[in-house]
Design a protein around this ligand. Structure first.
Ligand code: MF3
Ligand code: CO
Ligand code: CO
Length: 345
């Protein structure tokens, strides 16, 4: 989800800077689409081959018996953004657990296929087939027109990379972001993994980003404030010499892919909203090796670092309970990148 930069004009049209206006409050739907029209040529990629754009092919079909979100046919959600139902009911929580588990199964399946030589279209096809096999709709497909079923973000791509015909190369890092719509709910998760042997700086970036996500989640408690999440994430990122992406945020999630509350990953002391039991939202920090500044490619999706340095991301969907946080997209055992490192990569 897109948020304005602190010094950019507020979305409300007041003419004031965002930081002097609606900062810390939910951004209405549709805002991101305007901002993505700001396209800057001349990005300097760390791996020049990746700026040569790949070919995006049409997505495979989803069988008609699979339940679809409202935007599946038209590209635009028909619901109004629900600002008054932030806490889930018991039945919604049951279905969120099912959606989260399904998203995790698809993510684990696609991560296991990452290797040098595979194209991101092939990874998309693997994830798409698994989602359909499990009876789920791959949520990105046609969400505001997104052309494929998962996001694949390689090296300097921050997020929303579109699967295409370019093959991964030895030493690449890739984030696979899987969201599924299952039993009327969305479950959203992502991991960054290594394709082949990583360089030391990439190892540090990926480990730090994972630590950021887990520290953000660990800061969540009933009655606590949402701004504790960005505070915890920023402390870890800065200590490692990395920066926190500001232009994309975590989000409430449920019957809608993106809903309230908004979860920014940077420090925002003014966002004093309280966390309540029954909330479900994502924590999905994007951490950059260099500057936090980003550009959007002319496809209006692919977000890349302006300096061409690498970016990593992890994401969980969580449920807040009186007993603590439940990882709705939690897996069995350590994340894939740690298994790769343990295997001697
Ligand atoms: N999964 C992304 C998130 O974490 C959103 C992807 S939107 C898409 O919020 F359209 F690009 F799929
Ligand atoms: Co996601
Ligand atoms: Co998300």
């Amino acid at each position: 989800m897109k948020t304005p930069g602190r010094n950019e004009p507020c979305w409300c049209g007041s003419g004031k800077k965002y930081k002097k206006c609606h900062i810390g409050q939910p951004v209405p739907p549709g805002f991101g689409e305007e901002l993505t029209e700001v396209i800057r040529a001349g990005t300097r990629p760390a791996r020049p081959d990746r700026v040569v754009k790949g070919v995006v092919s049409p997505a495979p079909p989803v069988p008609p018996e699979i339940g679809r979100p409202s935007y599946a046919a038209t590209g635009e959600p028909t619901e109004r953004r629900a600002t008054n139902c932030i806490k889930k009911t018991a039945d919604e929580i049951r279905r969120m657990r099912a959606a989260g588990k399904t998203a995790r199964r698809v993510l684990d399946h696609v991560l296991a296929a990452v290797r040098p030589g595979i194209t991101t279209t092939e990874l998309d096809e693997i994830a798409h087939a698994k989602a359909v096999e499990l009876g789920a709709y791959p949520s990105p497909l046609n969400y505001h027109g997104f052309p494929r079923s998962i996001c694949t973000s390689v090296n300097e791509v921050i997020c929303h990379g579109i699967p295409d015909d370019r093959a991964l190369r030895d030493g690449d890092i890739i984030n696979c972001d899987v969201t599924v719509y299952y039993e009327g709910m969305h479950g959203d998760c992502s991991e960054t993994v290594f394709a082949g042997k990583p360089d030391p700086q990439s190892k540090k970036l990926v480990q730090t980003t994972y630590d950021c996500m887990m520290a953000g989640i660990a800061s969540v408690e009933v009655g606590g404030r949402i701004n504790e999440i960005g505070k915890a994430i920023t402390a870890i990122a800065h200590r490692a010499g990395f920066s926190v992406v500001r232009d994309f945020a975590g989000h409430g999630i449920g019957s809608q892919f993106h809903m309230d509350p908004q979860i920014v990953h940077y420090r925002e002391p003014r966002n004093r909203q309280r966390i309540a039991a029954g909330m479900t939202f994502t924590v999905e920090p994007m951490i950059n090796a260099g500057s936090h500044k980003c550009d959007i490619w002319s496809d209006n999706w692919t977000a890349v670092t302006r300096d061409g340095k690498r970016s990593a991301q992890f994401e969980h969907t969580i449920l807040v309970t009186e007993q603590g946080v439940e990882l709705l997209t939690g897996g069995d055992g350590p994340p894939m990148f740690q298994r790769q490192l343990a295997a001697g990569w």
